[in-house]
Design a protein around this ligand. Structure first.
Ligand code: CMP
Length: 139
């Protein structure tokens, strides 16, 4: 079915000037951009966004990292777009993410507390609906 997914270009990606490169890959794959906004998220929004990671040791550093600068929030649409974007993004750990993926080509492990991996993509239809409602309440 036609799906929408929430993509975030994280602060590392924005700081490194990779927003265009990420959007280029999404568009080149054939997905459609239906909303796009650059903004700095606060801790409350991020705590809700990452509710499933409550209690994990990296949650505090993750929220600190994700609120350290602007992110590009994007709603991406297309048939099987959730799975499709996760395939474009590659594995969470950029050291082993396959070359050819966003993380495999553009990210690396800096040895910090949080894995800085350029992008986020919703992992299921339920997460996508929840995350899109959180970041784009008007959609
Ligand atoms: P994301 O897809 O945004 O979902 C949770 C984020 O937490 C993940 O990408 C990484 O940036 C980060 N992350 C996931 N697992 C770990 C981990 N074991 N240690 C540090 N950071 C992590």
């Amino acid at each position: 079915a036609r799906q929408r997914t929430l993509v975030l270009v994280k602060p590392d990606g924005v700081a490194r000037g990779l927003v265009g490169e990420v959007l280029r890959r999404i568009e080149a794959k054939g997905y459609t951009l239906v909303a796009l906004e650059l903004r700095t998220a606060d801790a409350d929004l991020l705590a809700e966004h990452y509710a499933e990671h409550a209690g994990k040791p990296f949650l505090g550093p993750l929220i600190e990292f994700m609120s350290s600068g602007p992110v590009a929030a994007v709603v991406v649409e297309g048939h099987r777009a959730i799975e499709g974007f996760r395939s474009l993004a590659g594995a969470t750990d950029p050291t082993t993410a396959a070359p050819g993926t966003i993380r495999g080509d553009l990210a690396r492990d800096w040895g910090r507390k949080v894995i800085e991996n350029i992008v986020h993509g919703s992992d299921s239809p339920e997460s996508a609906a929840r995350e899109i409602a959180l970041w784009f309440p008007s959609l």
